[in-house]
Design a protein around this ligand. Structure first.
Ligand SMILES: [Mn+2]
Length: 411
């Protein structure tokens, strides 16, 4: 076909530290630690296999503003692979890898073009002679909250005009920071042939004809980044026809399943049932998985099963003997739901007894004692009234409850 083909990717978050997962078996942890790099390699594999004209990487290449040398070296290696096959890369940096961070710069090969902090246009001519104008900017600092979209302007004559923007689409439901905000209407007014977005980690096609696309990140990094992850292969023809195809690149996928059981199930039946469900979701995805299991029991559950679920033994049984050399499913957590109640109830009970114990043993005075003996503090502090103590316990409880529910995690 006539026209151009390219890969649209964003939010690589290379060298994400995965600090919260350190307690995993070391073999699994190293697969996860490598996962952002492995996923990126797959993006480049796809670019080479599909013999695209170029690739665009729309921000957050690196997870940390102080881009590690390791991450830069791994990026450069992939850029070299592209250079050898004559593919250019057009890159901009986002809020995570903004230009103000401190890092030792590793030079990139000559096929790599990086946008500066002002909106600019870079032109490219494909092997078939199609002229492309690419528009974009890199984050000069972490917090870009103004409407950078107003600075985008189509310039000159080209066969294709492509906007690259790392930012937040207003009106969508997202917990991402509202950086460089814009509306779909604003993008459409710019009359581009394609909008390559970045920042939101969930893949989304916001508009067709012209396409406005968030490809999402290339590898899920925690339980709030569930589902397939990858990049888009984009074809645009001069007649205005556009086509995009999702390419999966993730190494491990985060998923949740529900397992429904009768309350009087035996332990070995429960074990086989869970194993079967784990296997069937793996077959369905053809992908290694980090899995959250929600087990729902209908009717009264035996004490034995209650116990083995509560003390973590059952989860360990499911984790036992998993071979990380082939496709695998790692159940990282398990929730028990009995007749509508769940594990949270037993946690709440625990929390209440802990507070009661503390009140009885006067643990309050002990825990604030260092404050009262502090050289400056003691001058200003007066002893807490019983009422105030009660209130502080309540506030502590609130704090615990909000931090165990709904935390969206790092983005
Ligand atoms: Mn990001």
């Amino acid at each position: 076909m006539d026209g151009i083909r390219f890969i649209h990717t964003a939010d690589l978050h290379l060298d994400s530290p995965f600090v919260g997962l350190k307690q995993l078996p070391s073999e699994l942890f190293s697969i996860i630690q490598e996962s952002t790099f492995t996923a990126f390699e797959k993006v480049i594999d796809a670019a080479i296999e599909e013999d695209v004209d170029f690739i665009v990487i729309v921000g957050d290449l690196f997870d940390g503003e102080d881009r590690s040398i390791k991450a830069q070296a791994r990026l450069r290696k992939q850029m070299e692979r592209l250079r050898e096959t004559g593919i250019n890369a057009y890159i901009l940096h986002g809020n995570h890898d903004h230009l103000q961070g401190n890092w030792v710069t590793l030079d990139m090969p000559s096929n790599v073009y990086v946008f500066g902090k002002e909106v600019d246009v870079i032109s490219f001519t494909s092997k078939r002679g199609d002229k492309v104008h690419l528009y974009g900017f890199s984050y000069g600092e972490r917090h870009i909250v103004n409407r950078k979209i107003s600075e985008y302007q189509k310039k000159g004559k080209a066969d294709f005009h492509i906007g690259l923007l790392h930012g937040h689409c207003e009106g969508g439901s997202s917990s991402h920071q509202p950086y460089a905000p814009f509306t779909i209407q604003e993008l459409l007014q710019k009359d581009m042939d394609y909008w390559a977005l970045g920042h939101i980690h969930l893949e989304q096609i916001l508009h067709k004809d012209p396409f406005i696309v968030y490809p999402g990140n290339i590898q899920g990094r925690h339980k709030n980044e569930q589902g397939r992850k990858g990049c888009y292969h984009v074809s645009l023809s001069k007649s205005g026809f556009g086509e995009i195809t999702f390419i999966e690149t993730d190494v491990i996928r985060w998923e949740t399943i529900n397992v429904n059981c009768d309350g009087n199930i035996s332990l070995s039946e429960l074990y086989s049932k869970c194993k079967e469900e784990m296997d069937s979701i793996m077959q369905a995805h053809q992908q290694s998985l980090m899995l959250e299991l929600n087990i729902h029991f209908q009717g009264q559950l035996s004490n034995e099963i209650h116990q083995i679920l509560d003390n973590g033994e059952f989860l360990e049984m499911l984790q036992d003997g998993i071979d990380f050399h082939e496709l695998f499913v790692w159940p990282y957590t398990l929730q028990k739901h009995v007749n509508g109640s769940n594990i949270q109830d037993s946690f709440m009970k625990n929390l209440d007894t802990t507070i009661e114990d503390m009140e009885r043993e006067d643990a309050f005075d002990q825990s604030v004692s260092s404050l009262f003996s502090h050289i400056y503090g003691r001058r200003y502090l007066i002893n807490f009234e019983e009422e105030e103590k009660k209130q502080l316990y309540e506030e502590a409880k609130e704090l615990i409850l909000t931090s165990i529910s709904g935390d969206e995690g790092r983005r």
